[in-house]
Design a protein around this ligand. Structure first.
Ligand SMILES: Nc1ncnc2c1ncn2[C@@H]1O[C@H](COP(=O)(O)OP(=O)(O)O)[C@@H](O)[C@H]1O
Ligand SMILES: CC(C)(COP(=O)(O)O)[C@@H](O)C(=O)NCCC(=O)O
Ligand SMILES: [K+]
Length: 255
């Protein structure tokens, strides 16, 4: 079995693949202060619930956008799985030329998403990932990573409003019945939901103008589904895009 790990700024998503098939997936908080042993305990419990054990793993592949978590994950793999993980980053064959001023600067998760989406569709793409940040990544029809945009994520945007305005409560990310809202909670929901929808539609349509080919727009991440349901600009939602990309990169790099 292959373990794939995507360390995001808020959450770490783990998946176990048997051959091409994702058989288990979990989401745990990314906590820089948790030790290797603490993560091992957590993993052991998740594995136990799934009825598998550490010795079932043959390899691990990891992408992280939190540099200090790299040591923790490597330590976990060495001490508890007796494995050296494959790391997405400089030196890994992606099969995708990176057209970014400094290719080392692009977030590993953005590359992984781009590789997965291109493998699935083989056409020009915009990939939108709703995480701590919302990332927009452009891939050309011939499979080159062209760059993109980074916007503050939905969760942190809403948190900023709640933290800085004394009378405003934290609200769920939901589409209110009307945009001319009649109470505080609905007013915030209207501002965040429709404001974010406008951000997504605005960036995607401007990217389309700048691209020479008409792209397929693929979305992933926690809040991709409610956004996609409310706008025609997202063609497809792929909840496991990053895990799929990690599996593909493992296949392309395994020794
Ligand atoms: N139901 C929800 N309502 C509001 N925000 C949410 C909801 N679900 C997820 N989020 C937000 O999505 C972000 C986390 O997404 P995640 O995919 O875990 O990010 P990352 O990959 O950066 O770790 C957080 O900012 C969180 O607040
Ligand atoms: C843009 C990101 C913060 C997104 O991270 P996430 O929301 O998945 O936690 C991450 O991909 C990152 O740190 N990128 C480095 C900068 C860049 O991609 O240019
Ligand atoms: K992510």
């Amino acid at each position: 079995m292959l373990l794939v790990i995507d360390v995001g700024n808020s959450n770490t998503v783990l998946g176990v693949y048997q051959d091409q098939k994702l058989i288990y997936d979990w989401r745990v908080a990314t906590d820089k202060y948790r030790t290797v042993d603490e993560y091992a305990m957590l993993m052991r419990q998740l594995f136990q619930l799934a009825g598998i054990s550490f010795s079932d793993l043959c390899d691990v592949i990891v992408s992280t956008v939190v540099p200090s978590m790299q040591n923790t994950v490597e330590g976990l793999c060495k001490k508890y799985f007796q494995l050296v993980p494959y790391l997405v980053g400089p030196g890994m064959k992606t099969g995708m030329p990176i057209h970014y001023d400094n290719p080392r600067e692009v977030g590993a998760d953005r590359i992984v998403n781009a590789v997965a989406a291109y493998d699935q569709s083989r056409c020009a793409l915009i990939v939108v990932d709703f995480g701590t940040a919302t990332t927009f990544d452009v891939v050309s029809a011939d499979g080159c990573y062209q760059g993109g945009a980074i916007a503050p994520g939905i969760g942190i945007s809403a948190d900023a409003l709640f933290e800085r305005a004394s009378k405003l409560p934290r609200v769920d990310f939901l589409q209110p019945g009307q945009i001319v809202a009649k109470n505080t909670v609905n007013s915030i929901q209207a501002g965040i939901f429709f404001g974010y929808l406008g951000l997504v539609e605005g960036i995607v349509s401007r990217m389309k103008v700048e691209m020479s080919q008409s792209p397929l727009v693929v979305a992933t991440g926690g809040l991709a589904a409610p956004i996609a349901a409310a706008t025609p600009v997202i063609d497809r939602v792929e909840p496991y895009l990053t895990l799929e990309g990690l599996r593909l990169l493992y296949e392309r790099n395994k020794k």
